[in-house]
Design a protein around this ligand. Structure first.
Ligand SMILES: N[C@@H](CCC(=O)N[C@@H](CS)C(=O)NCC(=O)O)C(=O)O
Length: 363
């Protein structure tokens, strides 16, 4: 007898609950319990894109290096030059059609990430290794590797040291805030070789200590050793061992959170690879303006609207090539056979020459 009314009441309650849910889903405003407890709508944040900030400032700020000849170096006249500096100039050429609209903000290894994260710079071009922790924990995005490197060790020629095993019990100078410090520890531990790390904050301190004989060896990226060897009192007295302790893919980094800016930096670097691939240089680029090759036409802004996809004018890559050059020109100007470094391209050759430089297509 009782089943009927119970079912009826249960049905009524269910109908009320469903009705309330439908009302809520239909957008009925919940009654505020007290205005203090209702979160105010977040104010419309005027978050400017990095590109807007750079344009308003009328210059690009690259976080860089002042002490690494060939990569990022400040001369006595107050001018910066080097491979990383040229990539910074290439980004400015793409944005402004003027590679001089740049400021380099020199940093030590340790402070470079904070300077980028705090917004004091727009992009990091400072012989910086792409690692997983930097890519994730530090909130960075790494662009295409511009220089494939590996860690090396320098010793005095007359030391007789030839292998890592010869460094048993040796003191090794190393710079803090670098991958170098960590790789050294890993590699020596893996081989069971005891050593004494002598740690400094700047490259100048490392070099001075090494020259003064305070350490038997000195370790950093091989590019860094070749570069800093030139500032030693007697460069010929030193030798870089034929050992490679790590992979050091060096390239640009930007902050997380601005995908268009990340794309822009990426495609400027790729444009230098593609220009080399097509044999287009700063000298001959104008002779390609009547090219029938669709790949070249896209690169030079003659076909499609590719630069617009990263917020720029259609001649953005043309300006990079015309004003700064293709990858080979940038490499040779700073590190090639006519420089004191004379670094062989090796892995930093195009994929068509057996190297690792490979740009996706502009399409
Ligand atoms: N690629 C490594 C090493 C970068 C690095 O800072 N290298 C040193 C040694 S060559 C340097 O550039 N020092 C310049 C300076 O401190 O002034 C990294 O990203 O941690």
């Amino acid at each position: 007898m009782m089943r009927g009314p119970r079912l009826y009441i249960a049905g009524l309650v269910a109908a009320m609950v469903i009705g309330m849910i439908i009302a809520a889903c239909a957008g009925a405003a919940p009654t505020p319990v007290g205005s203090e407890e209702v979160a105010a709508p977040a104010p419309q944040q005027e978050t400017k894109s990095t590109l807007d900030i750079v344009r308003e400032r009328d210059k690009l700020i690259c976080v860089g290096n002042a002490n690494l000849p060939g990569f990022g170096f400040l001369d006595e006249q107050g001018n910066f030059s080097g491979f990383d500096v040229d990539f910074c100039r290439a980004v400015a050429a793409a944005i402004f059609g003027d590679p001089d609209k740049v400021e380099i903000r020199p940093t030590t290894a340790k402070e470079r990430f904070t300077v980028l994260q705090s917004g004091e710079g727009d992009v990091l071009f400072r012989n910086t290794t792409w690692t997983m922790s930097r890519d994730t924990d530090l909130g960075l995005n790494f662009g295409p590797t511009t220089f494939y490197d590996g860690q090396g060790i320098m010793v005095r020629k007359d030391s007789g040291i030839q292998t890592l095993e010869d460094l048993n019990g040796a003191s090794i100078c190393v710079q803090t805030g670098t991958t170098t410090e960590l790789n050294l520890a890993d590699q020596m531990a893996a081989r069971g070789i005891p050593y004494e790390p002598v740690v400094f904050e700047t490259a100048d301190e490392v070099t001075t200590a090494y020259e003064e004989g305070r350490c038997d060896a000195w370790t950093t990226d091989k590019s860094g050793l070749v570069s800093r060897q030139t500032v030693l009192k007697n460069p010929a007295d030193h030798v870089i061992l034929d050992v490679t302790l790590s992979k050091e893919p060096l390239g640009p980094a930007v902050r997380h959170g601005d995908d268009q800016w990340f794309d822009l930096v990426n495609w400027v670097v790729y444009a230098t690879f593609l220009a080399e691939e097509h044999g287009i240089t700063s000298e001959n680029v104008d002779t390609f303006m009547d090219s029938k090759d669709p790949n070249i036409r896209k690169l030079l802004g003659l076909e499609g609207e590719f630069c617009a996809k990263v917020g720029l004018e259609n001649d953005c890559f043309y300006n990079v090539i015309k004003m700064v050059g293709n990858y080979e020109e940038i490499y040779n100007r700073n590190l090639g056979p006519d420089t004191i470094f004379n670094l062989p391209r090796g892995l930093n050759s195009l994929y068509t020459d057996g190297g690792l430089l490979y740009a996706p297509p502009i399409r």
